[in-house]
Ligand binder design. Structure first.
Ligand code: ATP
Length: 546
């Protein structure tokens, strides 16, 4: 693929840059090309930091950056939490606080007793480093010495360690020469602070994002930090605004959704349409079954896994999963994947290795340690365990107990000091849940994907079938005070427009928006289904197929 002029400008610039990128404009392509260029300049003990929003996005960026057999050298690919833990807190907090008595356990505030929760009331205040008083630092220290780190404190804890440990700063400065953060619109305050501090170490920084794809405000993320960087003199500001993915009519529709004054591209036909079925979500599943071949023919879909059904929440996904006859695969999240224990990350990657042919064993090994660090005896063991896994994987049905045993043996070699009973229990829970387990496998060529809009971020399909377009659901709203249905309150209109925008812009050739006359609410009661405001506002129907 040849870079466009816009992309080339970014690839050739060797200072700090902030890139505002439209959907499908090739930001993953540009990032991976830049990382390839950097890796050539680095010595083996040096690396780049590449922060992505999810493990999945990180694996994708890593594999694209190393697609020609490039060596990652000492690079870090992963999420901000993982970076803060493995590069800052775990190696350097002990210099400030002392050696913990137990192995590390990453816990959630919600898992604490009420009495313990009182120690962390300050978390609600979205505390900054400057506001950390001695009392709070002592609480963090006390938990750390017991081997406990609260997920919610990781950002501010890492900021504290980084700022107070010269050794940590020296380590980061000598090891890393470049830092990349993708999806910067979904950065939290703490991530932004760490990024700016790393920049001050003279590490070349690149931030990439799309203000209109900000969809995680509900968990404290804010696109204003990306906007701030565009106004920061230390950064050169680039735009990537050409969408290479979507049919022009889909580009028009998505841009109009954000701003009805948008300039439209002349098009012959609109490849985005709206359907309302008679009945609840089951009638939608029936409609899809009936028209799937027509959809394939109309939009030139060669394989069914190039079609995705996107939902706002898990409930709709489950109903479609249970009622769709066409072959399909439902993707759900699970607690193991988001757990921050090192063993959880190892197990999660091992599940991908066993169930998804695209995954390599080396990706598992390099989660927290580089390949070169293992002795030849350890490498021999790993090779044997890998072969064991491969032979378990081809048995039908898979022996899950044997799988678990091998996983634990591998984790013991990769990260012997972080053994975690919690990770083993989470693994056990995934292994006994068919739907969760199935989510590790990519859709087969003859399977339609079903997933949430949030999960679809960063992906692309020939056709998107976008569900949950109901009033009250998308955009989400609730009745006003005293249950006043005439004066409803929107949860967050802009974030919901963005979510709709993310869904639509996953589509290359066709986008089908669907509502139905009835819908199933959170108590599984049948409600009248009214179309979402997004379907009719600003006369947007003119941009759909008639
Ligand atoms: N220079 C180019 N020439 C042709 N096609 C390109 C070019 N750059 C990117 N593309 C194509 O555009 C599509 C989108 O690219 P990519 O996945 O890198 O976009 P993105 O900006 O990360 O998207 P999003 O933010 O929507 O997830 C891909 O199919 C990619 O192959």
């Amino acid at each position: 693929m040849k870079p466009t002029n816009q992309q080339k400008l970014i690839l050739d610039y060797d200072g700090n840059s902030v890139v505002i990128a439209a959907p499908g404009s090739g930001k993953t392509f540009v990032l991976s090309q830049k990382i390839k260029q950097n890796l050539k300049l680095l010595l083996d003990h040096q690396g780049i930091i590449a922060i992505s929003y999810t493990n999945k996005a990180s694996n994708e960026l890593k594999s694209r950056s190393l697609s020609n057999g490039e060596k990652p050298k000492s690079s870090f690919f992963g999420t901000i939490d993982k970076f803060n833990l493995s590069e800052i807190i775990i190696p350097f907090a002990k210099h400030l606080f002392g050696i913990p008595a137990n192995e590390f356990k990453i816990i959630k505030n919600s898992s604490l007793s009420n009495e313990e929760k009182e120690h962390f009331e300050w978390l609600d205040r979205k505390i900054t480093l400057e506001e950390l008083d001695e009392e709070i630092i002592n609480i963090i220290k006390e938990y750390f010495l017991k081997g406990l780190i609260l997920i919610e404190t990781i950002g501010v804890f890492a900021d504290y360690v980084f700022t107070n440990s010269i050794a940590c700063q020296k380590y980061i400065k000598s090891k890393y020469k470049f830092i990349y953060i993708d999806e910067y619109q979904d950065s939290g305050y703490q991530q932004h602070q760490i990024f700016l501090k790393i920049l001050n170490l003279n590490i070349t920084a690149t931030a990439v994002g799309d203000l209109n794809q900000s969809i995680y405000a509900f968990s404290g993320k804010d696109s204003k930090f990306l906007l701030e960087l565009t106004e920061n003199d230390s950064f050169k500001y680039f735009k990537l605004d050409k969408n290479h993915r979507c049919h022009p009519s889909i580009i028009n529709y998505s841009n109009y959704l954000l701003n009805p004054k948008t300039e439209l591209i002349p098009v012959d036909n609109n490849q985005i349409l709206f359907i309302r079925t008679d009945g609840n979500e089951i009638s939608i599943a029936n409609w899809i079954d009936k028209y799937i071949e027509t959809i394939q023919n109309t939009f030139n879909v060669k394989k069914l896994n190039q079609i995705a059904i996107l939902t706002r929440g898990n409930r709709t996904g489950q109903i479609i999963d249970e009622n769709l006859n066409s072959k399909h695969r439902l993707f759900v999240s699970n607690a193991l994947d988001i757990n921050l224990n090192i063993w959880s990350a190892i197990f999660s990657n091992l599940l991908y290795f066993v169930f998804d042919r695209g995954h390599k064993f080396i990706d598992v090994i390099e989660v927290f340690s580089s390949y070169e660090k293992f002795s030849s005896k350890e490498l021999k063991k790993l090779k044997l365990y890998k072969q064991n896994l491969e032979s378990i994987a081809i048995q039908e049905p898979i022996n899950k107990e044997a799988l678990k045993t091998e996983f634990i043996k591998i984790a013991k070699v990769i990260s012997p000091n972080t053994s975690s009973q919690e990770s083993i229990e989470l693994l056990q829970s995934v292994l006994s849940n068919e739907i969760e387990l199935n989510s590790y496998q990519s859709a087969e060529e003859d399977e339609i994907n079903i997933m949430t809009l949030h999960k679809s971020k960063g992906l692309e399909f020939d056709v998107v079938i976008h569900l949950d377009l109901y009033e009250w659901i998308l955009p989400k709203k609730k009745p006003g005070p005293n249950n006043d249905f005439n004066n409803p309150i929107y949860d967050n209109w802009t974030q919901d427009v963005n979510l709709h925008y993310v869904g639509i812009t996953r589509a290359k050739n066709g986008c089908i928006l669907i509502s139905s006359t009835k819908r199933t609410n959170y108590e599984y009661k049948q409600k009248q289904g009214k179309d979402s405001e997004f379907i009719w506002d600003n006369n947007i129907k003119e941009l759909r197929h008639k």
